[in-house]
Design a protein around this ligand. Structure first.
Ligand code: SF4
Length: 410
């Protein structure tokens, strides 16, 4: 059977969320390699004996019509489209409905019944959707794609389970099989040997969620001479684990700090405190050449000015190299989405309103933010306030090297 896997074209000049995390990291000029699509293709080939090809229209710079033409040219028996819940009406423009098809929707926990109901103008059927996370756990055979078309670092997914319940996240309580550490190491080896690339983005579950796996992976990476970026939860950071991770090549760590307000942290069921964040940064700051990024979110329904100020204060205290501020959006598979719907404060169920990271607006009623301008203005002010600390520090370092003024003595 000839099976074609299709990643639809860019949308409005942007790479689109077609795998988890893409909305944050997959933005021009940075183009993440598809990972789930490669794992899925590898499984179809190795377990079902199918003849598989991947057509990544984003990487090839194709538009919807060109993609459709390419699909017909391949004459597949079946096509699997990796689409985004946030961009359904756009992504399906390249679908050839006359060919046997299936869909993988990102995020994987998307409520498919809801999607079919909202986008009833398209002839979706429930059985068309592949929804089991385990379909995307396994080893990726990167010979199925041309990795030179994508940015470095190369994305490699590790594990995809999460016992936590953060209400804004589409991966809360995610259950999936463990990916063997050996598979990750073999993927890294292939990329190193075939492309000479030594920088990786180890993605999916936060690295310390399973410390044993983190340690096993780090110990195997010690011999590989690579550097990598990964994510973690502040309340799980431990110095002994970070010591090994650092020696294994950790040079960029991203934390979901989310808020400096305990009230908001409780609302989002993040299960962390501002003190956890301070403690985590005290540990990782010992590793001087590791870049630290802290994500904050604004726009929770109960948020007040004091909560925003608490986030700015926390940011100043932990001094991340990169403070990032996002506008809250209800991920389609998240408890927050269900909550807002239940509270009848969701303004629209058309998910394309928050498809692009920098153009998201509040899609629910909020007492402080009446429109998208007000929430985005607040976002930029908060980011600026957080960055001011870095500017101040940079200036302090710079002025240290300025020549002495007349009359000054050392
Ligand atoms: S944000 Fe929370 S629920 Fe989502 S993956 Fe991280 S720890 Fe798990």
């Amino acid at each position: 059977m000839k099976h074609l896997i299709v990643i639809p074209p860019m949308d409005d000049g942007c790479y689109v969320t077609r795998e988890i995390g893409d909305s944050i990291y997959n933005r021009p000029p940075y183009h993440l390699n598809p990972y789930n699509a490669v794992v899925y293709a590898t499984k179809l080939r190795d377990e079902d004996g199918q003849k598989v090809r991947i057509l990544d229209a984003q990487a090839l710079g194709l538009n919807y019509e060109q993609t459709k033409r390419q699909i017909r040219k391949h004459q597949p028996d079946h096509v699997t489209y990796f689409i985004s819940a946030y961009g359904v009406p756009y992504d399906v423009q390249c679908v050839d409905w006359s060919i046997s098809k299936s869909f993988v929707v990102s995020p994987i926990k998307t409520d498919v019944n809801e999607l079919i109901e909202i986008y009833s103008e398209f002839p979706f059927e429930k059985d068309d959707f592949i929804t089991k996370p385990n379909e995307f756990i396994g080893k990726a055979d990167f010979s199925l794609v041309d990795l030179s078309r994508y940015s470095v670092p190369i994305r490699i997914n590790t594990n995809d389970f999460c016992p936590f319940q953060c209400i804004f996240c589409c991966r809360c309580e995610m259950k999936a099989n463990l990916k063997p550490v050996e598979d990750t190491i073999e993927e890294i080896e292939y990329v190193q040997e075939r492309y000479g690339i030594n920088k990786f983005f180890l993605f999916r579950s936060e690295i310390s969620i399973n410390k044993n796996l983190a340690m096993q992976l780090a110990e195997k990476l010690l011999e590989r001479n690579i550097t990598f970026l990964t994510l973690d939860r502040v309340n799980l950071v431990e110095e002994d684990v970070y010591d090994v991770l650092y020696r294994a090549g950790l040079r960029d760590i991203h934390f979901g700090v989310e808020s400096g307000s305990l009230k908001i942290l409780k609302y989002m069921r993040k299960n962390i405190t501002p003190e956890d964040t301070v403690r985590a940064f005290e540990i990782v700051n010992k590793f001087k050449d590791v870049n630290k990024r802290a994500y904050f979110i604004i726009g929770f329904p109960t948020e007040g000015l004091s909560d925003i100020l608490a986030s700015i204060r926390l940011s100043w205290k932990i001094a991340p190299d990169e403070p990032m501020v996002e506008v809250l959006y209800p991920d389609v598979g998240s408890p927050l989405y269900k909550q807002l719907k239940q509270d009848k404060i969701l303004k629209t169920r058309r998910w394309e309103f928050y498809k692009h990271y920098n153009r998201r607006t509040l899609v629910f009623k909020h007492k402080r933010y009446k429109n998208w301008q007000s929430v985005n203005v607040t976002r930029y002010i908060v980011m600026l306030a957080m960055e001011l600390r870095n500017i101040k520090q940079t200036l302090a370092k710079t002025t240290h090297f300025l020549p002495l003024q007349l009359g000054e003595t050392e």
